[in-house]
Design a protein around this ligand. Sequence first.
Ligand SMILES: *[C@@H]1O[C@H](CO)[C@@H](O)[C@H](O)[C@H]1NC(C)=O
Ligand SMILES: *[C@@H]1O[C@H](CO)[C@@H](O)[C@H](O)[C@H]1NC(C)=O
Ligand SMILES: *[C@@H]1O[C@H](CO)[C@@H](O)[C@H](O)[C@H]1NC(C)=O
Length: 421
Amino acid sequence: MALKSLYALGLVGLTALSVRGQAAIYAQCGGEGFTGDTTCVSGAVCTEVNSYYYQCLAASATTVATGTATTTSAGATATSTCGATPAASAGTLSYAGVNIAGFDFGCDTDGDCTASGAYPPLTQYYGADGVGQMTHFVNDDNYNIFRLPVGWQFLTNNVLTGTLNQTNFAEYDTLVQACLATGASCIIDIHNYARWNGEIIGQGGPSNEIFASLWSSLATYYATESKVVFGVMNEPHDLPNITLWAGTVQAAVTAIREAGATTQLILLPGDDYTSAETFVSNGSADALNEVTNPDGSITGLVMDVHKYLDSDNSGTNAECVTNNIADAWEPLSQWLRCNGRQALNTETGGGNVASCETYMCEQIAYQAENSDVILGYVGWAAGNFATTYVLSETPTESGTTWTDTTLVSTCMAPTANGVVA
Ligand SMILES: *[C@@H]1O[C@H](CO)[C@@H](O)[C@H](O)[C@H]1NC(C)=O
Ligand SMILES: *[C@@H]1O[C@H](CO)[C@@H](O)[C@H](O)[C@H]1NC(C)=O
Ligand SMILES: *[C@@H]1O[C@H](CO)[C@@H](O)[C@H](O)[C@H]1NC(C)=O
């Protein structure tokens, strides 16, 4: 969905360090079945990530910085080294998780989430065993966060209000409580694309007040749950005015804090389907940088970004074509560092194919090297997705044994990549 931005293209030239016969920094340099270059360019060391995947990583933290970052705006070139070097503490991600989908089924990008389309990933409601999946992911893979998408319409049973329908909310809360019982953090994700039935919140559609009252209801209920994370909105897109959208996000943040949820993380979503690649270049970063807690601080306010690895960043193709480092994670990391902010990658994924094992392992390794500003990643998706779904991370249960998909077992599981706290 995202076009390569000029900003990102400016960085490509600087990071294309490959020399014939030597693997570029962040490129694969070994692993079972690998036949390419096993020597890294100067300044990088071939490092075992797992038995399938060795990667050229910077020889020291200082060489991670590619020197100067080039920011391009309307043809002009400015040079800045701000934010190019990760903090010495970087190296270990705080969070790795999986989306447990189902309550969002029926939602489309117009925000049409008819309540009857929701499909709880809970066996008592005839869905998949989401509870068993989460328990497996925590116990066997060391995952520590889950994102639990749900449509606004389901929570209110199709009434445009912030008041929860207690019957429907009790079903959703069953999944949240099961998530919390694993000891993991649990993201409440309103999966509405900044909309209610085609109308944009705060820009012709539902008022900011109604949307804020939805968050007030949820935050009041979970005020004492320190491991609930408030995901304000899934994938806003085509917003007429990003400044007005930041005002909508501000209304939600204020409502959450004033409801008594004063310490939990809140995820701030930008335009363009929360693309990590265009977050800075199209203005979401600067607009959301103005959002604060009621006391004026930014404690716990984390930027929410998504990124897929397929040819059009849509997450609909099995094959991966990029590790997103030069186009997305590097410019994003620099902006975050320069501005004293952090981000969580709440959707990423690929098919269970070799190209995705390569690129996903590279992406996660880079995120870990920049863990001072990138808190972690959440894969898309398990829950009610069939194991045949192109991006399925749904594990298969046989007796008491769960078997992961290959992308999970080779790269995404903390036990596979070894870079999650
Ligand atoms: C809540 O939603 C259920 C459908 O799940 C519906 O039957 C019920 O009437 C709704 N309750 C209220 C108070 O609207
Ligand atoms: C966006 O909205 C703000 C606040 O109303 C306004 O000042 C600004 O001019 C708008 N921007 C555009 C591009 O319309
Ligand atoms: C962000 O970029 C996307 C296209 O990549 C565009 O649709 C959207 O309107 C942009 N938003 C702003 C505020 O520029």
